[in-house]
Design a protein around this ligand. Structure first.
Ligand SMILES: Cc1ncc(COP(=O)(O)O)c(C=O)c1O
Length: 401
């Protein structure tokens, strides 16, 4: 079965503006079906969730539909899907809830490969209760985070291991299965940041062993919100701060205030779109099991083309070992030109490849890139060979100037 990128692109109205988008890791473009689902919900009669009126039932169906769609995307359970404003917001919420059970002498492991949203909430929650933070370092030469490094930081006092399933700066995919197994052996929970992994392949949170798996639909062709997937039985054991009259059911007890129904409808549409990226039949999960590996293969081919092109340009540095497991995200810099200038000059030519640390601040500092970072080019399902060639030609021109 093949991947028809032109058919995929025909669903993205934003691409008509002509830019080559390598800014997907910051937020992907959105297909027409997602925009239609959001707009359709805003145009329809929708009120608070309930069973009495048609408007209430519509809201109810939207919420349960979105939970189910996300569960199929991640291999989880609908009742274990918690929605919130963003991954950052939810991770702060969960850190405060989990830290209620921590005290002095307890330990939390965070990694320098991670986005700050899976570091700072844990550091601050640990500080608030006198718990100790243990830092897992990655190898700046290869971009790899060793399982042994995590093993060396665990003890019988470890409460939680917070780790990324794919770093958003380097794209590195640590061996999450091995890390969660180690965490569980130590009696700790694993909070996995799946924001950067989810758009780029088939995810199975049970297989990964993630107790909590956080991600954001706006990175996988959906609208701007965040979610956490967990086992409902685990969620039952937690006591988040909440309003007295609001539902204490799982997952509702973690969802503060009224959910954004239109964004949930858009999220369902995004998951369906991902499942339909290649024609096929079966349940949503069955179709995702076919479509996501094809997306991954397609994106990997483009990433290889991009790296081959960039590495042929004198003065380009590519970060991380070429053969490490990773997403199709390329971090590079150009000698003698600041990343910000490269970003600006490419942008002037309609090639959107931003520069920065992208909030993976610890990672950028460890790579020696300080708080400036480098240029990041991310491949998305709508990227093409011609986009890649535009980027390579643009960098070559800047290098020669
Ligand atoms: C790996 C990773 N984790 C977390 C986040 C934060 O996500 P959100 O914007 O939903 O808070 C991002 C956003 O860029 C990310 O790339």
């Amino acid at each position: 079965m093949s991947y028809d990128v032109e058919a995929v692109r025909s669903h993205f109205p934003a691409l008509a503006e002509g830019a080559a988008h390598f800014d997907g890791p910051g937020g992907s473009q959105v297909p027409d079906v997602v925009a239609d689902a959001v707009a359709g919900t805003l145009r329809a009669a929708v009120s608070n969730r309930g069973k009495v009126t048609a408007a209430e039932r519509r809201a109810e169906d939207i919420v349960t539909g979105a939970r189910q769609a996300v569960a199929e995307l991640l291999g989880g359970t609908g009742q274990g899907i918690v929605f919130g404003r963003s991954m950052t917001q939810l991770t702060y919420d969960f850190s405060r809830t989990l830290a209620k059970e921590w005290g002095p002498g307890d330990e939390v492991v965070v990694t320098r490969l991670d986005h700050d949203a899976n570091i700072r909430p844990w550091v601050q929650a640990a500080e608030a209760v006198g718990a100790t933070v243990r830092w897992a370092d990655f190898d700046p030469e290869t971009g790899l985070l060793g399982v042994d490094t995590i093993a060396g930081l665990l003890s019988e006092r470890t409460k939680l291991v917070a780790v990324t399933a794919a770093g958003n700066l380097l794209g590195t995919k640590p061996d999450i299965r091995a890390i969660t197994r180690l965490a569980h052996d130590a009696g700790a929970l694993a909070y996995v940041d799946g924001v950067h992994l989810t758009p780029h392949g088939l995810v199975d949170i049970t297989e990964l062993g993630a107790d909590f798996y956080a991600c954001s639909p706006y990175k996988f062709l959906g609208p701007h919100l965040g979610l956490v997937a967990a086992d409902p039985a685990l969620l039952e054991t937690l006591r988040p701060d909440k309003l007295l009259p609001s539902s204490n059911a799982v997952p509702e007890r973690f969802e503060l205030g009224t959910l954004p129904y239109e964004l949930l409808a858009g999220t369902t549409a995004a998951v369906r779109f991902l499942a339909g990226l290649v024609p096929g039949e079966g349940t949503l999960r069955e179709r995702l099991t076919v479509s996501m590996p094809l997306v991954e293969q397609y994106e990997t081919r483009l990433r290889e083309r991009l790296e081959a092109g960039l590495s042929g340009i004198a003065g380009v540095t590519l970060y991380g070992a070429p053969d490490r497991p990773r997403t199709p995200t390329v971090l590079f810099s150009l000698v003698g030109v600041t990343p910000g200038e490269v970003y600006q000059q490419l942008g002037a030519d309609g090639v959107n490849a931003p520069a920065g640390t992208f909030y993976a601040l610890e990672c950028a500092r460890r790579l020696g890139l300080g708080d400036t970072g480098a240029v990041r080019a991310g491949i998305a399902p709508y990227s093409t060979e011609s986009d890649v060639d535009r980027l390579v030609a643009g960098v070559a021109r800047i290098a020669q100037a």
